[in-house]
Structure formats: C-alpha cells, structure tokens
Write a protein that binds this ligand. Structure first.
Ligand SMILES: [Zn+2]
Length: 272
C-alpha cells in the first residue's frame, strides 16, 4: 500500500484566525489531498483539493460569499485531473473518493470522477443532505460542487466498515477491508462527521487529522482558533475534545506525527 499527497491550489485567510499570537498577515491554506493505491487495483483519493468547479459553484449568491471569504489560487496544472494525468492515472481508475468533510476546499473536484464511489461518515452525509441555501454556505457546503447522481454513489463509513471501535484516546475508529493498513478516525468539531486517517511510513505512525486544527504550532501549544470561527465550525467543545484525544495520541506515540491539511508542515508529506 502506498499513500501519496498532492496539492491542488490554495486559498488565503488571516494568520490571527489560526493563531491569535501571530502578527496580522495573510497566509495560504494549501488544499492537500491523498492518493492511496488499493491492493485490489485502482485507487482511492482522500479529498480532492480545489478545481475550477469551485469558481462555477461560487458564482451565484449566497455561495459567492464563500469565495469572498476564502479567495482561491489554482493553476491549470495543479488540478487533480492534471496531476493524475502526469501520474499516468485516468479518472476511471479512481474507485473511491473518501470525503473527510464537505467543505468546498476538500471536495471541489468530485464532479471530475463520474465513475467513483464516495465514502463519508453518516453524520456528514446527513448534514450535506439537509442543509440548503445560506445555512449550507455557513457550514462551508457548496451544493454546486456535488454531482447530481451523488446520492446513488455515496456510501457511509458506518455501513461499509469491517469494524469500528473506540481507541484508547477516545477516538472512534473504522477499518475498511479494501484498505487494510489504514484506520479511519472520527475527528468531530471542525465540521460535522469529519474524519482523518492513520497509517505508517517506515514504521512511524502518521495521523493525518485533516482540519482538526489548521496549524501544528497552534495545536502543539493548545491555542484554539479565534472565537469568530464559531460561525462556521460545527462544535467548539467537540473540537476541544478532539484536540485532547490527539494530544494523548501524541504522548503515547512520541515518534508519531500529526499532520493537518492546511498546515505548512504538511507540505513535507508531498515529497515522502
Ligand atoms: Zn474544513
């Protein structure tokens, strides 16, 4: 099994939102996604980063607000389709797209994979199905990014998992028989039903904790984002509990590393 990481564009936001101790400056949020070779052939992607569908989906109001809040930067050669083409992989070889959560910067290219099946948590699916209009946009959901036949292609982690259990740190975990060396980790707080995954590189445990935090530094020093993010974060108290569990995981795995999708440290994973 191999897990590779790629970046498809970035958006910008303000440093103080991520870490209130910093000077007020604009910082990039890289849109990183993962590609997993499936032992049975084909590939799974975890998230997709940005694509030009984001521009189309944020044309109408109220979805346009999303683009104003997080302006995006994406070169043609950085789209998932362009990256996969360079890797010699056709879109039809992507059997699964595992959606960590439904924020636009994580799912903007799912329309480019018409034969892929989707996998997400049951609670993430419930929210994306239920929320419309401004309530959806406030939670970072852009319905213009979601293919019309999405509901016939989506499966929940709870239904597909071979096993689910609570780990010693209080995190709900899932295993999938199609990807035996990875465990999927529920990371509530940032978005409803958000998930990440744990795997290992040369025996070293790696916990890819998606958007559980935005900055490793802020997470290590236990500096939560500014209260203003409560507007779109699902639950600040769940986020704190997730942070506590991740800190406990780090103490129990001193050689292990936690990565977050948008943290500059994560760019190191792109070259592993
Ligand atoms: Zn997010």
């Amino acid at each position: 099994m191999s897990v590779r990481f790629f970046q498809s564009g970035y958006c910008t936001s303000h440093s103080k939102v991520v870490d209130r101790r910093t000077r007020f400056t604009e910082i990039p949020f890289a849109a990183i996604w993962a590609l997993i070779d499936l032992p049975t052939g084909g590939y799974a992607m975890v998230d997709t980063g940005y694509s030009n569908h984001f521009i189309t989906a944020t044309q109408p109001f109220p979805d346009r607000f999303y683009r104003w809040i997080t302006p995006i930067f994406l070169k043609d050669e950085e789209t998932p389709l362009a990256i996969l083409k360079r890797e010699g992989i056709s879109p039809s070889e992507i059997s699964w797209i595992i959606i960590s959560h439904f924020h636009g910067d994580h799912i903007a290219a799912i329309k480019d994979f018409p034969t892929a099946k989707f996998l997400c948590s049951a609670s993430a699916l419930e929210e994306v199905t239920k929320l419309r209009g401004i309530s959806a946009v406030r939670k970072g959901i852009l319905h213009g990014l979601i293919p019309d036949d999405f509901h016939s292609r989506v499966h929940t982690l709870e239904a597909v998992a071979e096993r689910q259990w609570i780990d010693p740190f209080g995190l709900l975990r899932f295993s999938l028989s199609m990807i035996p060396d990875i465990s999927w980790v529920s990371l509530p707080g940032h978005a409803r039903g958000m998930i990440g995954f744990e795997f290992s590189i040369n025996g070293k445990p790696i916990l890819y904790a998606t958007d559980a935090a935005w900055s490793s530094k802020a997470f290590e020093d236990n500096i939560l984002p500014l209260p203003i993010v409560k507007i779109f974060i699902d639950s600040m108290s769940s986020m704190k509990n997730t942070w506590n569990s991740l800190h406990d995981w780090q103490k129990a795995n001193p050689t292990g590393e936690i990565y977050f999708t948008h943290c500059p440290k994560t760019l190191k994973l792109l070259n592993t």
